[in-house]
Structure formats: structure tokens, C-alpha cells
Write a protein that binds this ligand. Sequence first.
Ligand code: COA
Length: 356
Amino acid sequence: MAGIAAKTGHQNVAMLGIGAYRPRRLVSNDEICDVLDSSDEWIYERSGIRNRRWISGDENARTMAAEAARRAIANSGIPPEKIGALILATNSWKTKIPHGGPIVAYDIGLNGIPAYDVAAGCGGFGYGLGIAADTVRAGSAEYVLLVGVETMSVVMEPTDRSTAFIFGDGAGAVVVGPSEENGISPTVWGSDGENAEAIGQNLDIPEYMDRAERMQHLDPETDPVGRMYVTMEGSKVFRWAAITLPKALSSVLETSGLAADDIEVFVPHQANARINELMKKNLGLADEIPMANDIENTGNTSAASIPLAMEEMLATGKAKGGQTALLLGFGAGLSYAGAVVTLPPAPGRTSFDDLG
Ligand code: COA
């Protein structure tokens, strides 16, 4: 009897190009405080956030994801028809059915490729990067497009003091594919469902809406689906982060075969500048090692935060393509995922000629 065919791909993989889309509208802390009982000083001191971007006009998750994806493909120099799969990391895509991946693939002219969503909270990009790298390594696709997109402003309660000032909107994307040198370490990932409720939503739709009740809520004004928003026990998440993330970071370094001294850039999830400063210090990274601080003017864009933060550092010259970076995503689940990577070329470049 003939054996079942198997295939393998390229063991050395890397992020070959990056693209981002930031909404046009900048929303200051002062504007947030028009309806939120808080202040610019409190928000900046506790979170490091001054502004965030929210969608307006014709912008939505679909348009942002497609634009970030197009930019990443163009910046990678890979012909679009060579993209063999699309992974959409998102928590705020407006429907579960249909999921967003196939729609984004269609919008960018790649209808037909395997395309699906990954929901892993703010760790979603880290999960997606691991899956993308392993997909190339296994030979299931040669080039994978990974897009993180969120419209957190839509799933947020503007008067909720624990979340309203934190979240922003945006999209970031990378193309993952074969590379001469390996540029993505094995992923270190994990979850803690025991504390799942620390970041959740105010309404659990299936439990809340039995069929009879649902029939009463068909008016969009009173339909609870329309009023779903994210909830967070901030200090619980902070404590979880303080215990879990240092271990995760050590494990990422160990798994990558590198030491803290080898890390040239630190790109943690942009949830809170204070958490990030603490992680950097605990890791023993030198002061002069650049750390992403996109949160200051972009807010926490959940699954889009790491590609947006990488793109900001590359576009402004704070980091250079080809440098070795430590990435760590974390959030709802609770969950986390990290890896050591080689940064892709800065936007607008298709090689590491910016490394100088
Ligand atoms: N504005 C002003 N005051 C506020 C406030 C707000 N938005 N929210 C809470 N407060 C007050 C509280 O009432 C409390 O006052 P008290 O000391 O008089 O009782 C005080 O500030 C401290 O509240 P606390 O909830 O302990 O705040 P915090 O220092 O933990 O900061 C976060 C809140 C959300 C910034 C912080 O907990 C955090 O960033 N957590 C982690 C979030 C995260 O990483 N999420 C994962 C990804 S989504």
C-alpha cells in the first residue's frame, strides 16, 4: 500500500516585509475625559498613554486590514500571487460568522487562498507569528500574510474607568517566508484559563440570550448584542503580568538560544508603559536598548499592537531592519506568546540596506 504523502518546507523563516495602517483621527486624553471620570495626568502616569487613534469616516477593520496587508506585501517585494495563506489576528472583528480572514484575502485580490482568524487576545499576533512560521516550516504555504487588526473603540464603554482610556484602533501586517538565515525563533506560548474572566465582555451572548429572550431584543436599540463591550480587572491583570511575563521572557530567550545581551530591540505588547519598563528592567536589558513605546500615541491596539509598534520603530529609525528583537504579546485568555526575531526591513525597503 502506498504511504500517505508528507511534505516539509523551509526551516529558516523570517518576516520579509511589514505594513501598517493607523486611523486618521487622533483622540487625546482630554477628549476621553469629556465623558470619562479621569484626567490626562492620571492616564499618562498609570499607562503611558497620551493619545490613541480611532476609526472615523469610511475607516473600519476591513479597510484597515486590507491596507496594512497591501503595504506589507509591497514592502516584502514578494509577488502577491505567491502568498499562500492569510492569518487574521483579531478580537474585535464585528462578526464571528463569517470570520474576517477570507474577506481580507478577497479585498486584496487573493480570493481563494486559505484564510482564517486567530483569537488569542492581545497575544494574537504572537500566536499568529508562531503559526505562520510553522506553516512555512511545514511546507503548508511558502509565504504567509499575518495581519493584526482591531477596532477596539467599537467594543469599548466610554465611561468605564478600567478600559476607556486604554484602547485604540489600527492594523499591522507582516509577510513571513523562507529566509537564508533563520529570523523567527520557536514560539513560547501559554494560557491561564483559570483567570480568564480578568479580561472579558459584559455580556455573554449565548448564555444571556435564550431563544425567547432573544425575540424580545430584535430592536437594534435594545439588542444586547449591540451593547457588548470589553471589561477588565486591571490590577488583577497587572499582577498576573508581573508573575507570568518575566518567566515567559526567560523562556523565550532560552528557546531562541540567545542571551539578553544579544537582544538589540524590545517590542512588548503595548498594554501599559509601566509594565513594559518593569519587564525591561527585570530582563536586565541595558537602558540604551530601544523599547517600543507606540502606546503613547496609538494606545493599546490589542492584536495589532506588536506589528504597529515594530513598524513605528522601523519607520522612525528607532530600530533597524535586520536587528534582533524580543517580542512578547499578552492579554485576554489570559494568554501570552513571544519569540526572538530578526526585524523586517523598514517600510519602503525590501532589503536590510538600512542596517548601515
Ligand atoms: N481615572 C482615574 N482614576 C482611576 C481610574 C481612571 N480611569 N481608574 C481607576 N482609578 C482609581 C481607582 O478608583 C483607585 O482609586 P483609590 O486608590 O482611591 O481606590 C486608583 O485609581 C487605583 O486603581 P487601580 O484599578 O488599582 O489602578 P491601576 O494602578 O491598577 O491602573 C490600569 C489601572 C488599567 C492602568 C492597570 O491596572 C493596568 O494597566 N493593568 C494591566 C492592563 C493590561 O496589561 N492588560 C492586558 C492587555 S489588554
